[in-house]
Design a protein around this ligand. Structure first.
Ligand code: ATP
Length: 195
């Protein structure tokens, strides 16, 4: 069974693209959501995050204080790298367990915002990059998250640029207002099931 990575910058439309693949019956592993789940449920991850950030990283109900954690690590690259060194191996292990339960499908998808940044792309058979014009991403994110342009740009600055990621991708999906998203997904799906 093939493993296919789907990535893209914040607000590029990764989840929208994955929802289309899901309608074709393809199982989706959302690495970003699982990372958040593991932060709250995996005892070893919780212990390590507390050791790194401090006990205040979790509230009285043992729920991760994501806002506090983000505000600390996004100011300190060493801490951010150390946090990634806790989370990414845990996600890798979790996803490998999940793959073994999906053997009846022609391929599965792993969705991750940081597929190339973490080197996770190398564990995939094919990688799909979703790109979208910056102005469109900003409009959609302002609409979805009710946040500020500054907050979005700060998150964008922590990700690789599309121009760096494009040569690393096997397929590129253009989520703009000129190309049909559905047609692009169908075309890639047809190619993947014949490999
Ligand atoms: P994040 O990086 O924050 O997880 P993402 O890359 O998964 O974002 P989506 O959540 O899929 O992006 O899309 C961002 C927003 O833009 C969502 O509200 C989504 O509904 C909207 N959107 C994405 N693609 C389209 C499209 N082709 N047409 C209309 N709206 C779209």
């Amino acid at each position: 069974m093939m493993k296919v990575g789907v990535t893209g910058g914040i607000g590029s439309g990764k989840s929208t693209v994955c929802a289309l693949f899901a309608t074709l019956g393809i199982p989706i592993y959302n690495a970003d959501e699982r990372a958040k789940w593991l932060m709250n449920h995996d005892a070893l991850v919780i212990e390590r995050v507390k050791d790194l950030i401090g006990k205040e990283a979790y509230d009285a109900n043992q729920k991760a204080n994501n806002k506090l954690i983000a505000s600390i690590v996004f100011r300190d690259k060493i801490l951010l790298d150390a946090l990634n060194q806790i989370i990414h191996p845990a996600v890798k292990c979790d996803s490998e367990k999940w793959y073994t339960a999906q053997q009846s499908h022609p391929y599965i998808i792993k969705e991750s915002a940081l597929l190339f940044e973490t080197g996770m792309d190398k564990n995939m058979d094919k990688n799909i990059l979703v790109i979208s014009p910056e102005a469109l991403k900003l409009t959609r994110l302002l609409d979805r998250d009710h946040t500020t342009v500054e907050a979005i740009k700060e998150r964008m600055n922590h990700q690789m640029k599309d121009t760096e990621k494009m040569p690393m991708a096997d397929y590129i999906i253009r989520n703009d207002e000129e190309n049909s998203l559905i047609e692009q997904v169908l075309e890639i799906h047809k190619k993947l099931i014949t490999i």
